[in-house]
Design a protein. Sequence first.
Length: 263
Amino acid sequence: MVGQADLLTIAVGSLVGLILGLVGGGGSIFAVPLLVYVIGVASPHVAVGTSALAVAATAASGLVSHARMGSVKWRCAVVFALSGIVGAMLGAALGKAVDGQHLMALFGILMLVVGVVMLRRRGGGDAADVKLNWESARRLLPRLIVGGFAVGAFSGFFGIGGGFLIVPGLIGATAMPLLNAIGSSLVSIAAFGLTTAASYAMSDLIDWRVAVFFIAGGMLGGIAGSWLARRLAPRRVILNRVFAGLVILVGGFITIKGLLAVI
């Protein structure tokens, strides 16, 4: 039986999917606070584990579309993701060891940082033909490995996709165009999410029922968000700024609430 709580979870998942499809990287940042403050997941750690699983599923779905378009730089993406998996394992282990209230306070601070980063977002590189091969490995491999590990650790600690860091990380390492960076980032987002979710699942810190309905809603919302993004493409800069402002406002609220809880 599907109850009212399940319908609310679908609605909230749809909202996250809609935002993700509309503005791209950074959209999943709302998953954890919505799971805690709207759906009512009692433990911040369970919210992080559940969010990680939902983010991984959503990213895997989006990766299929980008792969069909040929916008994924597979070798660069795989190296970044593999090094990031190690970081995500360490980040998830550390996150589980942090007190839940402290974790939410840190998450609020993270949202403030994400909002500022999105306001300062830059375009992509111009190396459309970049490839990871024997000739370029000496130059690209160190950047991809170090960047992947750092972003993976961050993603694992907070249970987020990390697209707002992965995209500029890939661009900085390879100078690939923005579209390729977005498509390639989904490999890492899915990998980091699954790694984090697996770590939390082994500690019994995932609400599987919530995850299923949240993912279902996210898929529906993502379709609507992608359609709406094409319609509102001329106003994308304004949309990103409005979204960044909303992230900062919510991040400020969560930071204050979290700090008050631990004082």
